[in-house]
Design a protein. Sequence first.
Length: 257
Amino acid sequence: MSALQILQLKLAVPEGIKLPQSTGSLLHGVLMERVDKAFAALMHEQQLRPYSQYLYFDKQNNTLLWRLASLSEQAKQELLNVAFEMPANIYLKHKNIDVQVLGKEWLPAVDYDSLAEKYFAQDFPEKYIELKILSSCSFKSNGEYVIFPQNNLLFGSLIRKWNCFADNNKLDEQGLAFDLSQQAFVAGYRLSLQTFALEGIRIPAFRGTYTLGLKNNLMVNRIIAMLCAYAEYSGIGIKTALGMGGVQVRMLRRRNE
């Protein structure tokens, strides 16, 4: 089953209105009102949710996009399919505006086995991985927010989600995040502080581009690349179900491709 699926909705708002990225949490609230009540209750109880979503403005195409991704077949059926049936106008009562849905697009789906096979059964010549963080991202460690993408926290969050929702190809989690972080280095970054407003609280966070360089351990590089590709579905950091940590990924042979 192709559990890893992305649904992209093209949105428009009334002239003169700009929606901040935190509107993703409001859209999430509207969506959760429409899903099956048992599924909504289950999601409220789970620490790791089998989906991510975020709102961002695509400057290249001058388009406001709402991107939702499933990490399990259940989330695909219960959440993404409901999102696909959203009406042409979505009312956001907290802002007292109607958001118009101009289009809906399913991106190519993949399953966990196929994603693993892509990086373990084929050549992998790339030496750099660019993470374009499109909605504000933050991590939490020892009760404190971490507003820079420390590699052990980055890999740790991805490993936990992978192992929670992948039926096969589970990773040996003991010490893996630290081991991966030792085989990757910061090859470049262009980040800025961008807080994320959520339920009256402003969460310290960052947004921008972060590039990892890979050392010469091919097996480790394959795991890192697989997890970073997975990040496009899972998001990175905290509160990815509420609109944070949305990311797009590029594998590069050279740093400045």
